[in-house]
Design a protein around this ligand. Structure first.
Ligand code: ZN
Length: 57
C-alpha cells in the first residue's frame, strides 16, 4: 500500500490518498487536482514532486 498527503505538495490541503501502487495514487491525485486545485492537467514537474513524496503505508 502506498500513501500520499496532498499537503506535502500543496500547503494547506488536507487531502490524503492511499492505493495499491504509485499509479493508483497518481490517478486519484490527478482527479483531485482537477476538481479541487483547478489543474486540468498535472504538469510533469508536479508528478515528480508527488512521486517523490509517496510513502509506503
Ligand atoms: Zn490537494
Amino acid at each position: 500500500m502506498k500513501v500520499f498527503a496532498c499537503g506535502d505538495v500543496v500547503p494547506g490541503c488536507g487531502r490524503t490518498f492511499s492505493a495499491a501502487d504509485e499509479d493508483g495514487i497518481l490517478t486519484q491525485v490527478a482527479a483531485h487536482a482537477a476538481a479541487d486545485h483547478g489543474l486540468a492537467d498535472v504538469p510533469p514537474a508536479l508528478v515528480e514532486q508527488v512521486r517523490s513524496r509517496i510513502l509506503a503505508g
